[in-house]
Ligand binder design. Sequence first.
Ligand SMILES: *Cc1c(COP(=O)(O)O)cnc(C)c1O
Ligand code: SF4
Length: 385
Amino acid sequence: MHGVSDGAEEKGREGFRRRFHPEVDAARWSDWRWQVRHRLGDAQALGRVLTLSEAERAGLARRGGGLPVAVTPYYAALMDPDDCQDPLRRTLLPVGDELRRAAGESEDPLDEARDTVAPGVIRRYPDRVVILATGVCATYCRYCTRSRLVGGRVHAAGHWDQAIAYVAAHAEIRDVLVSGGDPLMLSTRKLDTLLTRLRAIPHVELLRIGTRMPLVLPMRVTRKLVAMLKRHHPLAVSLHAIHPAELTPEAGVALARLADAGIMLAAQTVLLAGINDSVETLRALMRGLLRNRVRPYYLYQCDPIPGSGHFRVAVDRGIELMAGLVGHVSGYAVPRYVIDAPGGGGKIPVGPVTLVGRDAEGVLLKSHLGEIYRYPDPPEAKRSL
Ligand SMILES: *Cc1c(COP(=O)(O)O)cnc(C)c1O
Ligand code: SF4
């Protein structure tokens, strides 16, 4: 009886705590380190709180080498214990399909290894870099594009000196995206050290942090963390958000703290089959993000990592879904749909085709309602007459 469908979400989490952690009071439950220590990571632990399906059992039975399994008690309490198709559940619980390989899949689909210019530094664009600050996350998304790196299989710590030296030596770099893994898994003090050192580089203008923490472990966003982040402005947080059910009151508090500290909040969403690939779900997610002062930024086509076939949505369907957003909801609620090009071509925007023709008088445009309009834009030759 700890489902979230009864509308009493606080009660749902509260009920989960009382039932599975009766010795733990609300303050302990809200301690992010307690949550990290009590993550559920195998069939025995997960089977205690969820009725596992055959497919989930098969996925969990395959251990060793793969992306780890970890679910925070907080996030487990958001899942429907009796429905293995629950969207939140599908993002974190492996299923047997993960072992299936399809054409075009690769361990490093974006060829990040080729663009690794220093240990833990990926540079694909002249003016900005990604720093992999840590290899661990609070929870592990089964579709993670860096599944080859995260989960502690690659030790990311200890490379900071070289990464910082690289940024300092390249004056063209204005924007540093601190990612991983999830940088908010670092202690506040350690993250402060990293941000302070990056801030000391005169040509670095924008700092960005990529994280999923405010949604999978909102208690990580403590007042102390936010006070620290605020000292490193201009600072943006890119929030990895998948489903409107993640926007709980607890997540709302975390996001409000970040927004109140003047941190620019943007969201990145991976389009996932059976999880968020409907117009209603995407609209609810994007509107929900805006209500929390988060601007939807990217909708990603799922990267073709090994065993991702059951997550990937056809690009044509993705474009159709975008057509259900553009013009139908606030422009602020519309992310850009991008495909991070396999082989390392960067993020390439795709979307409904709107420039549908050209004639002697101008270009022909298709509106969100499918009507055709002309903008007077005569061809070059006629313009110069
Ligand atoms: C996504 C990404 C960035 C940031 O791209 P923006 O479009 O500026 O958000 C930078 N470097 C790499 C390697 C990336 O994958
Ligand atoms: S939080 Fe990000 S880095 Fe971590 S597993 Fe999920 S997608 Fe990968």
